[in-house]
Each structure stands twice: as C-alpha cells, then as structure tokens.
Design a protein around this ligand. Structure first.
Ligand SMILES: [Zn+2]
Length: 113
C-alpha cells in the first residue's frame, strides 16, 4: 500500500507518515523521512571530533598529538591544518602540514577551526 521504509529501530513494516515524521506503531519510534533519505543516498559525511561536518578546503585544528608514521615527527595538539581534502578510508583527511609534508589524518582527531 505504501513504499515507506521499515522502522530503523525494530524493522516493522507497518510504518506510517505523520506530517514530516515517520512513525512506527509497534515500538513508537518516530524519525524524519528526510533523514532516512539522506542515509539511503549513501552520501558520505565526514565529521570532526565535535560532530561538525567537514568539507574540502576546510581548516582544522589537531586535538591530540599524532605520531607521523615512519618518522619521529609528531603533529602537536593545536596544529592548524589548512585546505584539507576528504578521502575514503580509515584516515579520511588528506592534507599537508607545514614542516612535515603530506599526510593523512583521522577526522576524529581534528576539529573545525
Ligand atoms: Zn519500530
């Protein structure tokens, strides 16, 4: 009868629309239809340690000392990293750091400046 998505909480198919929300009658879970659309489109969102969305070209600050793989250098907490590039993978930020060079960072260890 409808093509509404199943409840993300309990998997029930008997969901219905209530305004902009979807409601599950079985577990009373309510969620936004728009949010589930975004999740289904597969758009990857990279977020910093505070949950803010990061984008190509952003400037971020490192929030903990990070060892540089294969060298004795350390990227100190508070280091500003300009013009980041988001990439796929475990380390999802590609960047260049003054005095160190090109390297990859994990988004969970930075925050948006
Ligand atoms: Zn449910």
């Amino acid at each position: 009868m409808s093509n509404l998505p199943p409840c993300p909480q309990c998997g029930s198919e008997y969901t219905y629309e209530d305004g902009t929300l979807l409601v599950c009658p079985e577990c009373a879970h309510e969620w936004s239809a728009n949010e589930s659309d975004a999740a289904e489109s597969g758009g990857k969102v990279v977020r910093d340690a505070n949950g803010n969305e990061l984008q190509d070209g952003d400037t971020v600050t490192v929030i903990k000392d990070l060892k540089v793989k294969g060298s004795s250098s350390v990227v100190k907490v508070g280091t500003k990293v300009k013009n980041i590039r988001l990439v796929d993978g475990d380390h999802d930020i590609d960047c260049k750091i003054d005095g160190i060079g090109a390297m990859k960072l994990k988004s969970e260890f930075v925050k948006k400046a």
